[in-house]
Design a protein around this ligand. Structure first.
Ligand SMILES: Cc1cc2nc3c(=O)[nH]c(=O)nc-3n(C[C@H](O)[C@H](O)[C@H](O)COP(=O)(O)OP(=O)(O)OC[C@H]3O[C@@H](n4cnc5c(N)ncnc54)[C@H](O)[C@@H]3O)c2cc1C
Ligand code: FES
Length: 224
């Protein structure tokens, strides 16, 4: 029978069954088995302030962006912009933020939050520690390949008819306002007044893709 061995430091290896027949016996650390990764990225004094580079994570298709900020601290975050996946290492670093080279979205290097349009999703951040003279990046492996970080939003509560917010404008600012209300657990009615007959959509696509393409309209059902 095919098996996976899980290594522990203090106890004999635990054994669990592997589902795919034909796979070889594989040893996993407890952290790996729980879906975490830990990678030695570089020496502490190897990178210059303002420098950014991509670090490969074993088992993941995407990479992690490692940077040394102007506060002399390392940060690690998703390597691709949550808009159209441009590589952020080719962008510009500011104080605690990285600006995307394609359409200018800005991401906070400490939190991964989006701080400037045109998109509304953030990116994931990863923990950076030092072990002796080595910089180590760790975090959830699934967040490496998942380049967009969409925050959890509550749903509209149809019974809540006493609270209504009216947003004038259905551009990125209006969409961000509506999403922020839902992220902050506002379950009342959201009414959006716009000059268009569409739910909020990505205006940057108007000048960068063909008219037939999907305009990336936001799902409007959660705002009503
Ligand atoms: C073709 C194109 C390409 C772009 N490319 C990029 C890019 O590559 N990078 C980038 O950073 N930005 C780009 N932008 C700019 C980006 O789309 C805007 O910065 C962004 O849309 C601004 O968002 P907003 O919500 O402030 O305003 P808008 O998106 O302009 O939204 C304003 C909203 O208000 C509504 N409104 C206006 N007046 C009234 C009224 N009197 N009553 C009710 N509703 C009203 C409008 O109908 C609209 O829904 C591009 C824009 C266009 C048009
Ligand atoms: S790909 Fe980054 S802002 Fe568009």
């Amino acid at each position: 029978m095919d098996k996976v061995m899980i290594e522990t430091k203090t106890e004999p290896p635990a054994v669990m069954e592997k589902k795919e027949p034909g796979d070889e016996v594989k040893r996993l650390s407890l952290a790996e088995a729980a879906g975490y990764f830990e990678v030695k990225a570089c020496k502490v004094d190897e990178m210059k302030i303002g420098e950014m580079r991509n670090i490969a994570i074993p088992g993941q298709k995407q990479q992690v962006l490692l940077g040394k900020g102007y506060d002399n601290q390392y940060f690690a975050m998703g390597s691709a912009c949550s808009h159209y996946l441009a590589l952020l290492k080719n962008g510009a670093m500011g104080q605690n933020r990285v600006r995307c080279p394609w359409h200018g979205a800005c991401f906070n290097t400490k939190t991964g939050d989006i701080e400037e349009y045109p998109c509304v999703d953030g990116v994931h951040v990863f923990e950076v520690t030092t072990e002796n003279d080595t910089v180590v990046i760790s975090g959830h492996a699934k967040n490496v390949d998942n380049q967009r970080r969409t925050l959890q939003m509550c749903k509209r509560n149809g019974d809540d008819v006493s609270n209504t917010v009216v947003i004038v404008g259905g551009g990125c600012a209006g969409l961000t306002c509506a999403e922020t209300l839902r992220k902050e657990n506002f379950t009342g009615r959201i009414v959006m007044l716009t000059g268009e007959n569409y739910a909020p959509y990505d205006r940057t696509k108007l000048s960068k893709v063909t008219p037939q393409a999907d305009l990336g309209e936001a799902p409007s059902s959660s705002f009503r």
